[in-house]
Design a protein around this ligand. Sequence first.
Ligand code: GDP
Ligand code: MG
Length: 162
Amino acid sequence: VPPVLAIIGRPNVGKSTLVNRILGRREAVVEDVPGVTRDRVSYSAEWMGREFTVVDTGGWEHDAKGIHARVAEQAEIAADAADAIVFVVDSAVGATATDEAVVRMLRRKKKPVFLVANKVDDIAQEADAASLWSLGFGQPYPVSALHGRGTADLLDDVMEKL
Ligand code: GDP
Ligand code: MG
């Protein structure tokens, strides 16, 4: 059974875009409006000749529980089923209260977590990424899922822990 990598984070941070980048094809649904990805969708992926399963998460409608609880709940289900976790934050927005709730959940899991500062489309935005050190997962990976910047370095490190 291939190892499982879960991609978690708030709506609209670029999870599905990153999944497509990992797959090398446009399969995960990317939308300008949050909430389109179904709760969890698995894809077969490969990096440097190794197979793994990548799980895109989403589906957080603004239901009675509120978006905050839905993100944390879906992230936890995906994290429990994963061997390693990529936690995506929007570097332009920075860490929100929802992100901090996800951090607290992830700490309890004691699994490898890779913090991605997404939407770092050029070097000028790397300073935004650096502020995410405060989340306590070490140096964030500055990534542009849209353009592919930084994703190879991320995957090289992920594969060492997967
Ligand atoms: P998800 O809700 O976390 O799955 O986010 P999506 O992958 O659907 O992306 C949400 C929006 O952010 C879309 O308009 C994407 O094109 C955009 N986006 C995703 N990654 C990047 C990136 O690296 N840079 C920029 N500028 N936009 C991005
Ligand atoms: Mg999505």
